[in-house]
Ligand binder design. Sequence first.
Ligand SMILES: [Zn+2]
Ligand SMILES: [Zn+2]
Length: 451
Amino acid sequence: MSAQQHDRSLSRREVLRHGVTAAAGGAAVLGRGTAFGQAPAIQTHTQTGRRFRAFVSPPGGRPRGIETVTLRAIQPHQVVIRTEAAQACYTIVNLLAPPAVAPAAAAANAPPSAPIAGHGGVGIVEAIGSAVRRVQVGDRVIVPVTANCGQCWNCLHGRGDFCTAGAGRPNAPVANMADGTPVTGTLGGFAELMIAWEEQTVPVATSVPPVELSLLSCVTTTGLGLAMKRIPVEPGSDVLVLGAGPLGLSAVQGARIQGAAQIIVVEPVPYRRDLAMKLGATTVLDPNAFALADLQARIQELCTPKTLNRAFAGARGGTYGPMFVLEAVGGDLFPPKVPAGPDPTGIQSLQLAWNVCPSGGTIRTCGVGFPPGATITIPAGQWSNSGRTHLPGNFAGVNTFRDLPQFARLIERGQFDARSLVGQTFPPDGAREALQVAADRTSITGVLTFT
Ligand SMILES: [Zn+2]
Ligand SMILES: [Zn+2]
């Protein structure tokens, strides 16, 4: 890297640390200690040995918790990010369960390590490896759950939501615990530093507060993807959203942004139904108030026109239903401390999604946590030729490098209400508490803030 490039990186960092006025006095900034010819941190791994706190899962069944760990030398394609905020996803609340001892055979294949917990987050780039081109020191970046390399088979074929960059990068240790145990985890979030591969970073230039941006690392991005990406909701259409957690409520807003005429939400928790109405739902239904067949009938009734329901006048000539069904339920990992739905496995919601969708409609699913071996039943003739389109995938057609800046812009312009999806915030050492509110579903989200 040339001295000129280093100069620019320093100045970006100084803008963030000391404000525009301080950075504008360029000579004074440079005079504060980084002289030309002196090795820049971004090139020579002088961050090596830096100590930071991280929520880790040590091997051997040792208790999970916050440890002070020591950064190793970063690799040419790695980025060191000072974490600003990170959300505790429901997907990782299993971290609250007692740690399991890895089977000996598995331990033999991979040396014991302590992964850093988290599902990504948002922060400021503090150092980059010598080969990094996508981001610079001082950039604000989102580290999403799914990378986007632009070069793997899936990225090249328009399926960046299944980017396989992770398969091309080793799960190499990024730090050491005090006793020397290697620490892994290039996604992180529950740590003062995230050490991510370049492909996992998405720079965003925005005034949106980090606590709101942190939702874009996972849940909100998936919800917006369900409604807006690959098979976007048509303006004027009927949309059914199953589940009004942070993901479903993001899908509700995505459908509203797309111009849906009707957004029907099925959700057992009263405060989440209220949030759904605030954020764009037109009808909310409590699944505990209906038998499954009656719930399906009610949704279909809501989607059936009351007038002009005649053949050759635009009518379907068959059963009506939502032309877009967006599933955001999944299985319960723990019993919630709020009203539970009628089916803790989440399977019923998948079945309902198929049954209620008419021919020609689209079903998007992204739930996780179903019991092993669980199945749904689809009549062969329907699967073969009923005309439903099913697009599954837990990053919902999103190309993170392309789409996250767009989503940040929707928040910035007030089109997407992220503030209402920030339930409770916690200090950096509150990871366990943030996971607990997610597990209990007592708050719409739990977010760690580091600033
Ligand atoms: Zn997540
Ligand atoms: Zn890729």
